[in-house]
Design a protein around this ligand. Structure first.
Ligand code: PSV
Ligand code: MN
Length: 396
């Protein structure tokens, strides 16, 4: 590695952080059922404890994303205890995710529901989530909607678009100066004909009409197969509208597989576009890197450590690209040489440098191995298995 590459790599490793999702530690499944794990987290405290482990061994995950109904069912009254959990486990509350998809009233949608009373209730929940975020000192309100329809002609798509615009504007007006609102899109599931925020263009228009604190959230699993996600990322960066990511990988649909397990080069290309933008503009992107995964078969904490290690590795590889040379090759249309700038960086083994960096920070050289040696998994398995396996019998 050249001196330039070593410098770039150390800078990248020191700057990179990624947020863990509380729901990634709990038992989740597919619509066909759940395979319960004896060590899965069953309470918000256990989710904090498990996330604390991932941060302890990797050193790059100081925040945990919370889902309001799952982690703060008593609303604003729950913020004190959750703040205490954050202190206890050495974390901070990260993005706050309102839940306007799980209650029965949302059968035909939330902010897009034809019934004004339901729209009002959804907005009230979102506004309460803004207050929760303020109470927890969280900057980002992360909005995902399951709204849509299953059959052609069954909903007035134009009306729903306007209702969404109104609701998102109302939510934006309640944000504190330092808060942001991230608008996530998804082309299908659970709605199978149309979703009200189906793609990045719709999310962008909604964010622009809501106000300056609204940005777009890119969940890598929320695209049609073979869509060029890094192009979406570069457009949003150029428009100052990229708010953050939900990282996961997929083979077919929104599979929520561990990041980089199917297509690591795609993650590399995303990171590369961000780092190239930062090099060219001299500005650091204001981007929340978050994980949104659900591990049905892999052990949850191990899957998260594997994800974080992969994220750091791919970010580190992307930092090795020679931006000056690349810009020159692009300007000259030197195609083979330009592409090689990416390929050379991607094929560099950064793992020895990662280990060295970790040791210099007092972190474990191998986070997975350190976690396995720690005895934490055996302890929580003994503590939690009865609770988790009781749920198995109730499924029988
Ligand atoms: C929906 O598929 C999603 O990506 C949203 O971000 C939710 O908050 C998350 O998954 C968990 O259901
Ligand atoms: Mn998501």
């Amino acid at each position: 590695m050249t001196d330039r590459q070593t410098d770039a790599l150390v800078r990248a490793l020191s700057a990179f952080q990624i947020e863990l999702p509380s729901w990634g530690f709990a038992n989740t499944g597919t619509r066909f059922g759940k395979f319960l794990q004896p060590a899965a987290a069953t309470t918000t405290e256990e989710k904090f404890s498990d996330a604390g482990q991932v941060h302890h061994w990797t050193g790059v995950c100081p925040t945990i994303a919370l889902h309001v109904l799952w982690d703060l069912p008593r609303g604003v009254q729950d913020t004190g205890p959750v703040r205490a959990l954050a202190v206890k486990y050495g974390l901070r509350a990260g993005s706050i995710n309102p839940n306007v998809f799980q209650d029965q009233i949302y059968k035909y949608g939330s902010l897009g529901n034809p019934d004004p009373a339901v729209r009002e209730q959804a907005l009230a929940h979102i506004l309460e989530s803004v207050e929760i975020a303020k109470g927890l000192g969280s900057r980002d309100l992360s909005l995902w909607f399951a709204d849509g329809s299953n059959y052609p002609g069954t909903q007035n798509i134009r009306h729903r678009r306007r209702w969404f615009e109104e609701g998102l504007r109302a939510a934006h007006s309640r944000l504190a100066d330092d808060q942001r609102m991230l608008v996530e899109y998804k082309p299908f599931e659970p709605a199978f004909y149309h979703t009200d925020i189906a793609d990045w263009g719709m999310a962008l228009l909604f964010a622009q009409s809501a106000g300056p604190k609204a940005k777009v959230l890119v969940d890598t699993g929320h695209h049609y197969a073979s869509q060029n996600i890094e192009q979406i990322v570069t457009w949003l960066l150029d428009l100052n509208m990229l708010g953050g990511f939900h990282f996961n990988d997929r083979r077919y649909a929104d599979d929520d597989l561990t990041m980089g397990s199917i297509d690591p080069y795609q993650v590399f290309r995303i990171f590369h576009e961000i780092l190239h933008f930062e090099w060219e503009t001299g500005k650091r992107g204001d981007i929340a890197y978050m994980i949104d995964q659900s591990h049905n078969l892999k052990g949850k904490i191990e899957a998260m450590i594997q994800t974080v290690t992969t994220a750091v590795e791919l970010y580190a590889k992307a930092s090795l690209v020679d931006h000056e040379k690349l810009a020159h090759c692009q300007a000259k249309c030197a195609l083979v040489d330009a592409e090689s700038c990416l390929k050379d960086a991607f094929s560099t083994d950064v793992r020895p440098a990662m280990r060295e960096w970790a040791l210099s920070r007092g972190l474990a050289a191998d986070p997975m191995d350190a976690f396995r040696q720690s005895g934490y998994l055996e302890r929580i398995t003994a503590e939690r298995s009865q609770k988790n396996m009781a749920a198995v019998t109730s499924y029988a």
